[in-house]
Design a protein. Structure first.
Length: 547
């Protein structure tokens, strides 16, 4: 029977009616209302593992609206930023003046159905399963967590050659990581930190660029280089190896740094486990579009939630408060470590002088665009990173695109993602109107100021371009396949600020009819930019030097 208040007095424990339960990737949200005659303080709520006196788990996020309490838990980021251990995790609450915690009793389970609301994730360690329900012993809301062998997991190569290969790879990996850790620890013993060293480093660029350069240069403009020692270390390219000299410099610089500023995935940084060192992530993309990092747990190519990758970030920046939950989930860090400062790279979109200079630079790089309608086709890559990135060029009809450009007195700049190694091969006869965007090294964000229509698919370039209020088209010829392999934080059809087309013929027809659904753009920009000004770089600088 549902647990209700007795006529003689209040319930011995907080009591709730469950209104809804839903999963979003690795997070479960429980929406409840305190049962009649009871109260529930969201700040006092915890998940505690039965029979374990270890650390409980606070909600990843808790909010109250119109009397409804929403409790969200990331099951892959429990105590120690690790997945919840197998066992029964009970919802409980701390009672002022009383020891321990009392279970949160379910008065009315509402739509809760353990079979329908269970979630399972295929991990390297096995099948991780979470089943929400009401425990019969104390009527508390509980999550039953289990980790069992996964019968669907691929069998390892058990041949002698397969075992030998795994042993060699494991030994090489351990040797590489072990060597770095020894060098780092020795350097840390020898280094004398003074609170003033800030290291800018990246694994994806050979020199300062993007957010790192903007922040670094702004610190110098503000005279902060007289107070702080600004250090740099980069690598020759995304797939290039560091020189022996730089491999030795890297642990030394990391050991001496008080603050490390990065803008991408950088494996060696995750070995820095010193609580006195601040690691600040200025992620290179704006907004949360495609799932990345731990948001992909349980999906093909997804990371192990037991990894320490990303989890040592002291701060990460985003452009809007709405993006904080997604970035915290992706990086496996608490939401209070993610700060909506705005993105330095976006400052130019709110600075008239910078915008005019960028437009002039774009027209100088592509003089064919001067006085004509300018279309930018900028799709993202397919594959799992720089080593496997591709794009299906057969999806482009150069002759039809050229004919449309002649008809509209337009040029189309085709800017492939830099990860795609296969070069664009526009036939010479079409080269006066269909232009290779990589013939110039101009930053794609500068190029946007000269663009009248953006065509993309799943690229985060939509965020920056939306600030200009101009139309977009989304050529998503492989949407279902892309969703199954990468997926999105918000359903694609609800997210994109423009019309979706599935064939090249549809794309050309939409341009002819100017059917862009441009009315979606303004609301999109408003939602994804908390600061519509040119001050994001300064806010990030302040974050870095704030200590």
């Amino acid at each position: 029977m549902p647990h209700r208040r007795d006529a003689g007095g209040p319930c011995p424990a907080p009591s709730i009616d469950i209104l809804a339960l839903e999963w979003q990737r690795i997070q479960v949200t429980l929406r409840v209302r305190p049962a009649a005659g009871t109260a529930l303080d969201p700040a006092a709520v915890r998940l505690e593992r039965q029979g374990d006196h270890g650390r409980p788990m606070a909600p990843t996020n808790a909010s109250v609206r119109d009397g409804v309490i929403a409790l969200r838990f990331n099951v892959m980021q429990g105590p120690g930023q690790l997945p919840l251990d197998p066992g029964r995790w009970r919802l409980a609450v701390t009672t002022p003046g009383k020891p321990g915690r009392a279970p949160v009793v379910v008065a009315d389970p509402g739509p809760l159905d353990p079979a329908r609301h269970a979630a399972a994730f295929s991990l390297a360690r096995g099948r991780y399963r979470v089943v929400p329900g009401v425990h019969p012993a104390d009527r508390s809301f509980s999550l039953a967590v289990s980790l069992e062998p996964d019968p669907a997991a691929a069998e390892p190569d058990r041949s002698a050659a397969g075992r030998a290969r795994r042993l060699v790879l494991r030994a090489l990996r351990r040797a590489r990581v072990g060597t770095f850790r020894i060098l780092f620890r020795v350097a840390r013993l020898a280094a004398r930190r003074d609170g003033r060293r800030i290291l800018f480093t990246s694994d994806s660029r050979a020199e300062l660029g993007g957010n790192l350069k903007l922040v670094h240069d702004r610190m110098i403009e503000r005279g902060l280089d007289r107070r702080y020692e600004l250090l740099e270390l980069f690598r020759p390219g995304i797939v290039a190896r560091r020189s022996l000299r730089d491999r030795l410099r890297l642990p030394w610089l990391l050991a001496r740094a008080d603050t490390i500023v990065i803008d991408d995935y950088q494996p060696v940084i995750y070995s820095v486990d010193d609580p006195d060192v601040r690691v600040i992530q200025l992620w290179h993309a704006v907004g949360a579009f495609k799932t990345v990092g731990y948001s992909r747990v349980g999906r093909p190519g997804g990371p192990s939630p037991y990894s320490r990758v990303h989890k040592n970030y002291t701060r990460a920046i985003v452009s809007a408060t709405a993006d904080i939950p997604m970035y915290a989930e992706a990086f496996g860090i608490p939401e209070d470590r993610v700060v909506a400062t705005g993105i330095p790279r976006a400052d130019r979109f709110f600075d008239p002088a910078a915008a005019e200079a960028a437009r002039a630079a774009a027209l100088a790089a592509f003089p064919e665009a001067r006085g004509r309608m300018t279309i930018l086709f900028a799709p993202t890559f397919r594959g799992h990173g720089a080593r496997s990135a591709t794009y299906d060029y057969d999806r482009l009809d150069y002759a039809a695109l050229h004919a449309l450009c002649v008809e509209r007195d337009a040029v189309c700049i085709v800017r492939m993602h830099p990860f795609v190694r296969e070069p664009l091969a526009v036939p010479e006869m079409f080269g006066d109107r269909v232009l290779d965007g990589l013939r110039s090294s101009i930053d794609v964000n500068d190029l946007l100021f000269a663009v009248d229509l953006l065509i993309t698919d799943y690229s985060s370039i939509v965020y920056e371009y939306s600030t200009l209020g101009r139309p977009m088209l989304f050529y998503a010829y492989d949407l279902e396949e892309y969703v199954s392999s990468r997926d999105f934080y918000v359903p694609y059809e609800e997210f994109v600020p423009g019309r979706i087309v599935r064939t090249f013929a549809e794309l050309l027809d939409a341009i002819r009819r100017e059917d862009y659904e441009v009315e979606k753009v303004a609301a999109f920009a408003e939602r994804h930019f908390d600061h519509r000004d040119a001050g994001s770089t300064d806010r990030v600088v302040d974050l870095i030097v704030s200590g």
